[in-house]
Design a binder for this molecule. Structure first.
Ligand code: NAD
Length: 492
């Protein structure tokens, strides 16, 4: 039997074992096989990486932006060459289907492509003669050392909402992947190593909560990005901000979709079930509650139930599989518990996916798609992020009631409307309190050239990841007022 790989950190251009660290097993959630062991880096390892990154910063920021992005062009080529292997790795450690993993890696590559525009995106502003002989301009300079703290559900994509922008803007970076899905970043860093970044510019520190807290407290780290659950996002935002860092923290979600009776039945059913059950519901943009308006309930409930029952569940590397397992046995039993609590609160289990056993993968953390109808407002299924393949259904009479219900929740990551009516869609777009809106779209994931938004308890901060928001976040503005009186110019 081959020995299980112990993952390493990458600091100062060198792969290193973490002396004395506790190691966690990383499991394939479909097979329960141990894929690797990940170190939980202690604070001393964060200190080493932060000092290395701070030491590499002065030279890296002096590399002209057009030269810095040459490393990104190289990285893009390397990601393309290794696209299949990276996608398979995502499936093996996260459980999502290979198609979903490819979609994830494609979005990672798109962010590298957009960040190649940094020489233009980082340009400043100039005003001549703000007073006689006086000019004023704004230039953007990198912030320093940035740390990126990542969740388990998109191990390949989410670091790329930030990484290429931070580097191209002239910052040095520490990436802290989820300890549950650290293998993809281990492979990405082998490519970053070949892409030509000088030693210390980009660093990988594996670990868990103690590692995160050491990042939040480290004085050499100036900027922190976080993506994960709301309680931890709140903690990260408060602690990093109290330490004087700039911080953005994306949190959890509870995404409602409203369905009008005039929505196209086949298209809506397919899109809503892909949103609710794709990635086994472990997406921050997963449909979580469908709010049917008027007669829509009678039309869509049977169609959605049929789609849920017929979804093919299995190992994501196998062809034809449409939904994989959830991340861990603990996650599976938490989801089962929420479904049971929802049932006890009076909701009806229309499709019960709690007991899924997949032949050949009996040790996997499988559930099947579940639909719970008649969910009471304020109940557990209406308010809690399930993060599993569970779609709750609520009924209302009017668009106004639906919008009120959408806006009564704590979260504001995504809200979607399905309709053939432009007026209803416009009203929804205008009034729904959510950062990402879908109109006849079930996973309203912004392209890399838009910010990845999120409002209310789904986001703490002001600037988001991706595109110009990332450039604003990873640069600080310097304003220069300059006097060259005209009489001095007469000499020349
Ligand atoms: P998580 O909050 O458990 O973990 C995220 C990161 O925080 C990990 O790196 C982990 O090591 C660290 N961490 C965990 N507990 C900590 C603690 N107590 N103190 C300090 N650090 C801690 O999230 P997860 O389960 O990995 O990811 C799923 C969550 O992420 C869901 O809530 C999902 O909605 C959310 N998410 C949000 C977005 C978004 O854009 N809003 C995108 C993806 C995922």
């Amino acid at each position: 039997m081959s020995e299980i790989e112990r993952l390493r950190n990458y600091v100062n251009g060198t792969w290193c074992e973490v002396a004395g660290a506790e190691y966690l097993d990383v499991h394939n959630p479909a097979t329960a096989e141990v894929l690797a062991r990940v170190p939980l880096s202690p604070p001393g390892e964060v200190d080493r990486a932060a000092l290395v990154a701070a030491g590499a910063f002065p030279a890296w920021r002096r590399v002209p932006a057009p030269a810095r992005i040459q490393c990104l062009f190289k990285l893009k080529a390397l990601l393309e060459e290794n696209f299949d292997d990276l996608s398979r790795t995502v499936t093996m450690e996260n459980g999502k289907t290979l198609d979903d993993a490819r979609g994830e890696m494609r979005r990672a590559v798109e962010n590298v492509e957009v960040a190649c525009g940094i020489p233009t995106m980082m340009m400043g502003d100039y005003s001549e003669d703000i007073a006689p002989g006086v000019d004023e301009y704004m230039i953007r300079q990198p912030v320093g050392v940035a740390a990126l703290i990542c969740p388990f559900n998109f191990p390949g994509m989410i670091p790329f909402w930030y990484l290429p922008y931070a580097l191209a803007c002239g910052n040095t970076v520490i990436v802290k992947p989820s300890e549950r899905t650290p293998v993809t970043m281990q492979k990405v860093f082998r490519l970053l190593e070949k892409a030509g970044f000088p030693a210390g510019v980009v660093n990988l520190v594996n670990g868990g909560r103690e590692t995160v807290d050491a990042i939040l407290d480290h004085p050499a780290i100036q900027a922190v990005t976080f993506v994960g659950s709301t309680p931890v996002a709140r903690h990260v935002y408060a602690r990093a901000a109290a330490n004087g860092k700039r911080v953005q923290a994306q949190g959890g979600a509870k995404n409602p979709l409203i369905i009008l009776p005039d929505a196209d039945v086949a298209m809506t059913t397919s899109i809503v079930s892909d949103s609710a059950f794709g990635n086994a519901g472990q997406r921050c943009l997963a449909a979580s509650i469908a709010i049917t308006i008027g007669e829509a309930d009678g039309i869509f409930l049977p169609a959605l139930a049929e789609a849920a029952v017929s979804r093919v569940v299995g190992y994501g590397l196998e062809p034809g599989v449409q939904m994989g397992p959830v991340i861990s046995p603990q996650s599976k039993s938490r989801i089962q518990g929420l479904i049971e609590k929802g049932r006890q609160e009076g909701a009806e289990l229309v499709v019960d996916g709690r007991d899924a056993v997949i032949t050949g993968y009996e040790k996997g953390n499988f559930l099947r798609p579940t639909i719970i109808s008649g969910v009471p407002p304020g109940g557990i299924i209406a308010t809690t992020e399930v993060f599993g393949p569970v779609l709750g259904i609520m009924r209302v009479g009017t668009v106004e009631e639906a919008v009120n219900l959408v806006n009564s929740g704590e979260y504001g990551n995504m809200a979607c409307v399905f309709t053939g009516s432009g007026a209803a869609a416009r009203r929804f777009r205008y009034e729904a309190d959510a950062g990402n809106i879908g109109i006849n779209i079930g996973v309203a994931a912004p392209m890399a050239f838009f910010p990845f938004s999120g409002w209310r308890d789904s986001f703490f901060g002001d600037l988001h990841g991706q595109a110009m928001d990332a450039v604003d976040f990873f640069t600080q503005k310097k304003v220069v007022v300059e006097r060259w009186p005209k009489e001095w110019a007469r000499k020349f």
